[in-house]
Design a protein around this ligand. Structure first.
Ligand SMILES: NC(=O)c1ccc[n+]([C@@H]2O[C@H](COP(=O)([O-])OP(=O)(O)OC[C@H]3O[C@@H](n4cnc5c(N)ncnc54)[C@H](OP(=O)(O)O)[C@@H]3O)[C@@H](O)[C@H]2O)c1
Length: 315
């Protein structure tokens, strides 16, 4: 799965045969355009080579500009970076998939994508309104398309050569299995909420068995307080091993065989979140024994991102 014991450089093989994903990834869910640019630049400078984007984040243009500038400055080639973006819920109809993909690629100023994910398994009413609501404020779902229809259109993107691997996000094991079984091109990655309070062990085991990269978001419990960053087990381990609590949580995620996304927004945090190292076995096991269970993001039940209060109105 990996070829380095340095967690910062660890890479995970994709079952698509299209190369490797750096296990430590930078997430671009940043509502502010200017902050997207500085945070992406700082992440690149700190050493992040995996960038997680989405049509829904409405900042692919800023991420693309910053990555181009980083590559133009030298030292980083396109093949050195791994870029993912995601198909939004309003584009699940098969005829909308390729145009949505091309639009993302244009905004990102890339010739190909390393990974394209179906952002959630929920299809919304097709159209330009990303958050379609009826008069009572309820989301308008689209019952005319199945997840498998959308998956078939994703497979065609791989056939056409501009997308190296495809996968799903915010998906349960129950919903993943039938897609996996029917897929001509198997999912290469699934992106889901996961941290010590939501280890998703069954899903992780399935992914390991099938060679699917399990990509965890919210590794720091999204910085919610009180939360994982104040957990006494995490705090004690951080003090013991001389690392920060964020570094402990990120290291744990990679040591258990997942890839992970984090979103530092300052140069100091970018360096901190990149500078992780292997935890001693006793510390790793202690985190595995944490009994608290908590899902933070309701998106898996509704398809509506509900993670970040100040962003949820826009996203
Ligand atoms: N597929 C999906 O539905 C989905 C949903 C959510 C996220 N994602 C992806 O996952 C990425 C990661 O998002 P996340 O929320 O899971 O990121 P995260 O890094 O786990 O949490 C970010 C929060 O942690 C805080 N933080 C970051 N570094 C820290 C540090 N060193 N010490 C203390 N606090 C720290 C940040 O605080 P500040 O705000 O103060 O910087 C922010 O509040 C997103 O950018 C996105 O790409 C995907």
């Amino acid at each position: 799965m990996t070829e380095s014991s340095d967690l910062r450089l660890m890479r995970m093989a994709l079952n698509s045969g299209s190369g490797h994903m750096p296990a430590l990834g930078f997430g671009t869910l940043i509502p502010d355009a200017a902050e997207t640019i500085t945070a992406t630049r700082d992440a690149l400078e700190a050493g992040f080579r995996h960038f997680d984007c989405a049509e829904r984040y409405r900042n692919e243009r800023e991420v693309g500009e910053t990555l181009q500038a980083g590559m133009a400055a030298g030292g980083v080639a396109r093949e050195d970076i791994f870029v993912t973006t995601k198909l939004w819920n309003t584009n699940h109809r098969p005829e909308r998939v390729e145009p949505a993909f091309e639009a993302s690629l244009n905004r990102l100023r890339l010739e190909h994508l390393d990974l394209y994910l179906i952002h959630t398994p929920f299809a919304f009413q097709p159209g330009d309104e990303q958050d379609p609501r009826d008069q009572s404020g309820n989301v308008i779902y689209d019952n005319e398309v199945t997840l498998l229809d959308t998956w078939r259109a994703m497979e065609s993107l791989v056939d056409h050569g501009r997308c190296r691997a495809i996968g799903l996000s915010d998906i349960s094991l129950n919903d993943l299995v039938p897609i996996y079984e029917s897929a001509r091109i198997k999912p290469a990655a699934v992106q889901v909420e996961s941290h010590p309070y939501l280890p998703e062990t069954e899903l992780l085991e399935f992914c390991k068995e099938k060679g699917i990269v399990f990509l965890a978001f919210a590794p720091l419990g999204h910085g919610m307080k009180p939360g994982l960053l104040e957990d006494p087990v995490i705090s004690a381990i951080a003090a013991r091993v001389g690392k920060t609590r964020a570094q402990v949580l990120l290291a744990w995620a990679i040591q258990r065989g997942t890839a992970v996304l984090t979103t530092p927004k300052t140069p100091a945090r970018a360096k901190e979140n990149f500078n992780i190292s292997v935890l001693p076995e006793d510390a790793f096991n202690e985190i595995n024994r944490i009994q608290t269970r908590q899902r933070l993001n309701p998106v898996m039940k509704t398809g509506i991102p509900g993670f970040i209060a100040r962003v949820s109105r826009q996203l």
